[in-house]
Design a protein. Structure first.
Length: 240
């Protein structure tokens, strides 16, 4: 199994070839290749961080779409004109106001999705909470350069929080015994585990980058396990 340095080098080479350089064919039939100078200020880890962040965000927005499709009452009771409008607001979360969460972000916001007393859009609460965890784990930056620093503990905690969300979707129930949000379909006649697969992909992205960042920072950490009966969302943005 290739180690982190080998995977890092391979990913960096691919990113450098496909993102940093562009080749154009002129009218005279000659080709010219240019390099985007901003990528000269990026390390391999920076380029991998850029890609990881975007893939994690896209994965969570895809999950929001899938959850809204299975739980259309959520975007409807929030007063959105359409499912697409609800998704667009999540995609622009850093620009939009979210008065329904009373200033809550990250874990506290995500936990609203599984609160008996919460009457708002549970999909928005869960995905907004997870997205703001990702934002915090990536230091609220969209792009990374030579002197930018990431903390592997934040990335690690963020991955564990996605696992907590998966567990809660499968196990948390209302007083009436109903799931707060419908996700995977376990009916043998109509199985659908696509939620689990996409959540797993996001977890893998965050865990891999946590290892890469820890290696760059000269640190190591061991994977801790949580008791499923007491699963809680771990701090990310407040982690020092």
């Amino acid at each position: 199994m290739p180690g982190v340095p080998v995977l890092l080098a391979a990913a960096a080479a691919l990113l450098l070839a496909t993102v940093a350089c562009s080749t154009q064919l002129g009218k005279d039939g000659k080709t010219t290749t240019t390099v985007d100078l901003k990528y000269l200020a990026k390390t391999e880890v920076d380029r991998i961080a850029d890609l990881n962040r975007q893939e994690a965000v896209n994965g969570l927005l895809l999950l929001a779409d899938k959850l809204y499709r299975r739980n259309p009452r959520e975007w409807k009771k929030a007063g959105y004109a359409s499912r697409e409008a609800a998704l667009e607001r999540l995609g622009k979360r850093q620009e939009a106001a979210w008065p329904e969460f009373n200033g809550l972000r990250e874990g506290p916001a995500a936990a609203l999705a599984f609160s008996e007393s919460y009457g708002g859009d549970r999909v928005a609460a869960l995905i907004y909470g997870l997205l703001t965890m990702v934002d915090a784990a990536f230091e609220h930056k969209d792009s990374f350069y030579l002197f930018d620093q990431l903390d592997e503990r934040k990335l690690y905690n963020c991955a564990r929080n996605v696992e907590v969300a998966v567990w809660k979707l499968a196990h948390d129930r209302s007083a009436a015994g109903e799931a707060f949000l419908l996700a995977n379909e376990l009916d043998p006649a109509n199985r659908n585990l696509s939620f689990e697969r996409e959540f797993g992909r996001v977890i893998g992205l965050l865990d891999f980058l946590a290892r890469v960042v820890a290696d760059r920072n000269g640190r190591s950490f061991s994977r801790l396990t949580q008791n499923v009966a007491t699963m809680i969302f771990l701090p990310v943005g407040l982690l020092k």
